[in-house]
Design a protein around this ligand. Structure first.
Ligand code: NAD
Ligand code: TYD
Length: 350
């Protein structure tokens, strides 16, 4: 039986992971530590909060006293570290929070694990990171592998790259039992509607403009969040200590094509007077926008036998249905600080 500390477990991927873990490993205990920033939402955890093996702690990963207390009192032996500031656009307008949480917060967790675990062979620290640390690819470049040099271009990716380096250093210097995953863009239930797929979906449903940055030909490699959770499970249980594993769906799409796909499917599911694609609006590009990301997931596939179970079509269908069935979830988000953010971020659309 393990005792897992999940950090950032009230956010998009962390909450999906908490649901996944309770379903697949009911014997383990979960301590979910989350600061409940704008991106954290306790509604994402409905259904598991009553579980006897689960405890939610409202707190900040930068709070060293709290982290030490949790490690000792709860006898944490596994950490799955999701907590982060995660949105590139917000990192451009306000980078400081990214440095605090993503760099200093990760340092704090590593330091506590180092002091508390004292070479206990049963412990594991899995750091959840992103493909954005590798920078941007040209159209004909090969996909990122685990040995692609880091070249982060946004304050977000630079802060994640810093944290990845710290994790690596704690392995080499202190022999801390760490693992790192670098995953491509996720989509699925509970994704905060500042990210492309839920933003476009909600705007299309409501007849609002669908903002496309630049020429819309930017490419991302999309993975359903449940496939990411399965990948993290595989790495946590079978990964080689000190190694990094890329996780991705071999599923590259230009932004404009995703938006058109969502519009087409919504026209079928919720027909209106006009095709939803008429709402597509090209807006000012994101500064320093990375052109293309693509993941080579060969290592996790061959070493650990992982592969994605969703195709993009089945994953998008599952996701659109979830957002249609959980309208209350996103309507409650939209009523809060979100309104101010959207007004500020999309000034072209006023
Ligand atoms: P998210 O923004 O939806 O959730 C982040 C969570 O962390 C929120 O619940 C927030 O309240 C919490 N948090 C923020 N600062 C904190 C702090 N100081 N202390 C404690 N909790 C804090 O993010 P996400 O999309 O779920 O991403 C989770 C992790 O996965 C991040 O580390 C991100 O870099 C990584 N990742 C994300 C993607 C993606 O497509 N979303 C892809 C690859 C990797
Ligand atoms: P996003 O979901 O913010 O993820 P990331 O920047 O981490 O890849 O954006 C995905 C892609 O969609 C990215 O190329 C930026 C683009 N995008 C838009 O064109 N319009 C938008 O309103 C948003 C939020 C993103």
């Amino acid at each position: 039986m393990k005792t897992l500390l999940i950090t950032g477990g009230a956010g998009f991927i962390g909450s999906n992971f908490a649901h996944y873990w309770i379903q697949n490993h009911p014997e383990d205990r979960i301590i979910n530590l989350d600061a409940l920033t704008y991106a954290g939402n306790l509604e994402n955890l409905a259904g598991i909060e009553e579980s006897e093996t689960y405890r939610f702690v409202h707190g900040d990963i930068c709070d060293a006293t709290l982290i030490e207390k949790l490690f000792t009192e709860e006898k944490i032996d596994h950490v799955v570290h999701f907590a982060a500031e995660s949105h590139v656009d917000r990192s451009i307008t306000g980078p400081e929070a990214f440095i605090k949480t993503n760099v200093h917060g990760t340092f704090n967790l590593l330091e506590t694990a180092r002091k508390t675990w004292a070479n206990d062979a049963n412990c594991r620290f899995l750091h959840v990171s992103t493909d954005e640390v590798y920078g941007s690819l040209g159209d004909n470049d090969p996909a990122f592998t685990e040995t692609t040099p880091f070249a982060p271009n946004s304050p977000y990716s630079a802060s994640k790259a810093s944290s990845d380096h710290l994790v690596r250093a704690y392995f080499h210097t202190y022999n801390l039992p760490v693992l790192t995953t670098n995953c491509s863009n996720n989509y699925g239930p509970y994704q905060f509607p500042e990210k492309l797929i839920p933003l476009v979906f909600i705007n299309a449903l409501e007849g609002k403009p669908l903002p496309i940055y630049g020429d819309g030909q930017y490419i991302r490699d999309w993975l359903h969040v449940e496939d990411h959770c399965r990948g993290i499970d595989a790495v946590l249980q079978q990964g080689r200590l000190g190694e990094t594993y890329n996780i991705g769906g071999c599923n590259e799409w230009a932004n404009i094509d995703i938006v058109k796909l969502i519009c087409k499917r919504l026209d079928e599911l919720r027909p209106g007077n006009n095709p939803k694609a008429e709402l597509i609006t090209y807006v000012t590009d994101r500064p320093g926008h990375d052109r293309r990301y693509a993941i080579n997931a060969g290592k996790i596939m061959t070493e650990l036998g992982w592969s994605p179970q969703y195709t993009f079509e089945t994953g998008i269908e599952h996701t659109l249905n979830w957002y249609l069935e959980n309208q209350g979830w996103w309507e409650r988000i939209r009523d809060g600080e979100y309104r101010k953010y959207i007004k500020q971020q999309y000034q072209d659309l006023k």
